[in-house]
Write a new protein. Structure first.
Length: 319
């Protein structure tokens, strides 16, 4: 199969049929073999009813319905597990992503041999204050921190080679950083393509300004995990040893100083009256805690087991 179109959604009943017809038109005009995977992330409208109807009329349509709203990352994770295509395209269900971009994205993966192509909505039809400006700041921070030179990490329209999505784990709220996850997994051929952005036709956005705060926090997480996720002892153990060493040296200096003064009959004060006593004690205690944190992190990594991150309520068109 050439293409898998993975579409996470939440309460998009008004746009689904139009989006489906548009995608099918593009697939047929280019003679692609394809599947469309809708992931209903806990919709409370008639989205699932529409998906089920589309699946019953077209076997290429598959649907996954979550038991409740788990978030876009979990929806993409479920879609990636099901995808059978050689090239996987992700897009949003709100008609702001243009299906006419799919053939060019497909060619960039298959003919130019990129691992991942990310859409870049250079011209946007969103609010400048609540979306455009925060998005520019967020993308600049993401480029600087991750080293992945993309203009638009948030664009939902992306294309992936099959082995990319089968070898990365999209969790938490990390869907924004799939290119970074791919880079960390060794897929270095990452580029971007300028794509058309369309104004929302139906309903309202499901994301508020808080997504940018969450995005920055996730950016810190992914930076830490890329640096120390496989070896937490390298960070916590090193910090712990360093702090304990300085604390021990300070305590030794206090002890030797007290012995020296006692031997020469010099005025002396109680150890507990010396502020360096408490500084050295705190350093040794915190150093020990850091070391134990790194040690426990190593044990957890070696013994962790995969757990279900979401509960699927229904599926359609999936064998």
């Amino acid at each position: 199969m050439q293409l898998s179109i993975v579409i996470p959604l939440l309460n998009e009943e008004e746009s689904l049929t139009e989006l489906y017809n548009w995608i099918v038109s593009v697939m047929q005009s280019n003679s692609y073999s394809y599947e469309i995977i809708f992931i209903d992330d806990g919709s409370t409208d008639h989205s699932w009813k529409i998906i089920s109807s589309l699946s019953s009329t077209n076997p290429a349509v598959k649907g996954i319905k979550f038991n409740r709203n788990y978030g876009k990352s979990q929806a993409l994770h479920a879609g990636f597990l099901e995808a059978k295509g050689d090239v996987i395209i992700t897009m949003d269900a709100d008609l702001q992503d243009n299906p006419e971009e799919i053939p060019e994205l497909y060619k960039m993966i298959e003919e130019q041999h990129f691992d991942l192509v990310s859409g870049w909505k250079k011209k946007r039809y969103d609010s400048v204050l609540t979306k455009n400006l925060p998005s520019k700041l967020f993308n600049a921070a993401a480029r600087k921190t991750s080293g992945v030179k993309l203009h638009d990490f948030n664009c939902g329209l992306k294309a992936y080679r099959r082995n990319v999505i089968k070898n990365i784990d999209v969790y938490g709220e990390m869907h924004r950083y799939i290119p970074v996850l791919a880079k960390n997994a060794g897929f270095s051929k990452i580029t971007e393509k300028e794509v058309k952005h369309q104004a929302r036709k139906y309903g309202k956005t499901k994301f508020g300004i808080e997504r940018f705060l969450n995005g920055f926090l996730d950016l810190i997480s992914i930076w830490f995990l890329s640096k120390f996720g496989k070896r937490p002892m390298h960070l916590f153990g090193a910090l712990g040893v360093l702090m304990f060493f300085f604390g021990f040296m300070a305590a030794s200096w206090i002890g030797l100083s007290k012995l020296y003064k006692m031997y020469h009959g010099l005025p002396n004060i109680l150890v507990t009256q010396n502020p360096w006593f408490y500084i050295s004690l705190i350093l040794m205690v915190i150093g020990t805690q850091f070391f134990l944190a790194g040690f426990l992190g190593e044990l957890i990594l070696r013994s962790k087991r995969e757990k279900d991150r979401y509960l699927i309520n229904k599926t359609t068109g999936i064998s």
